[in-house]
Design a protein around this ligand. Structure first.
Ligand SMILES: C[S@@+](CC[C@H](N)C(=O)[O-])C[C@H]1O[C@@H](n2cnc3c(N)ncnc32)[C@H](O)[C@@H]1O
Length: 214
């Protein structure tokens, strides 16, 4: 039986040890997912969307996708890629303008497969990642942080937010070498959790930072 998580006391489990073979534990087939014939067409669509060109931004865990659609409609000359593990994103994907691609998938597999390309992203938003006691389900791990550093442009920005104290401590540890920068503009549509936090006056920890110098 799955234990219910109390966000106020949650502490991250030890991250899964690196496999040393380029695969990420917890993702189906790891980075090889997109080598499977049934996923190859989608992989090539993502590669085409992310090829060098106008500013490219990524939001991870877009839920229903309304926030990123708001960004794509507000900044029409930029490209917006949204990745969400759950089916919730499918409906929004049907209404996405041409500068926005919404993908149902595991960002860890997308990054590890190199579908986005090195140093291609101007901005990555991760808002309120889910705490999990299963190390294989954790999004914020040293392996993912390293993949994000390799996917962001040198002056790109990672925007990270959480209202879970243990997640904030984990982020503080993993992002310690990332220099803080000014937060990029967002809106007008808030994410679901942003709305809840604003409504209930919850404490939110936020980071805007750029990849560490090598
Ligand atoms: C707590 S919700 C927050 C949703 C939204 N960002 C917000 O602020 O309301 C976390 C979201 O991240 C998604 N997620 C978790 N791990 C993911 C992964 N590895 N790749 C893509 N999405 C992921 C979950 O399915 C969920 O929709």
């Amino acid at each position: 039986m799955r234990r219910v998580i109390d966000p106020s006391t949650w502490e991250p489990p030890e991250p899964p040890p690196s496999r040393g073979d380029g695969l990420i534990r917890g993702t189906l087939y790891g980075s090889r997912l997109y080598e499977q014939p049934e996923h190859a067409a989608l992989a090539s669509e993502v590669r085409v969307f992310c090829r060098p060109g106008p500013i490219l931004n990524l939001e991870i865990g877009v839920d229903r996708g309304y926030r990123i659609l708001g960004h794509a409609r507000r900044w029409t000359k930029q490209r917006w890629l949204g990745v969400e593990l759950r089916r919730t994103v499918r409906e929004a994907a049907e209404h996405a303008p041409s500068n926005c691609m919404l993908l149902r998938g595991d960002i860890r597999a997308v990054l590890a497969a190199g579908l986005i390309g090195a140093h291609r992203l101007k901005r990555v938003d991760i808002l309120f990642p889910t705490p999990s006691n299963n190390p294989g389900h954790l999004l914020l791990t040293p392996a993912v942080v390293a993949l994000l550093a390799g996917s962001l442009e040198a002056d790109g920005v990672l925007l990270f937010a959480t209202d879970v104290p243990g997640m904030a401590r984990l982020a503080a540890r993993l992002l310690a070498r990332w220099p803080r920068v000014e937060e990029p503009p967002s809106g007008p549509v808030l994410s679901r959790r942003e709305k809840v936090c604003a409504r209930d006056g919850l404490t939110v920890w936020r980071w805007a930072c750029r990849p560490p110098p090598n």
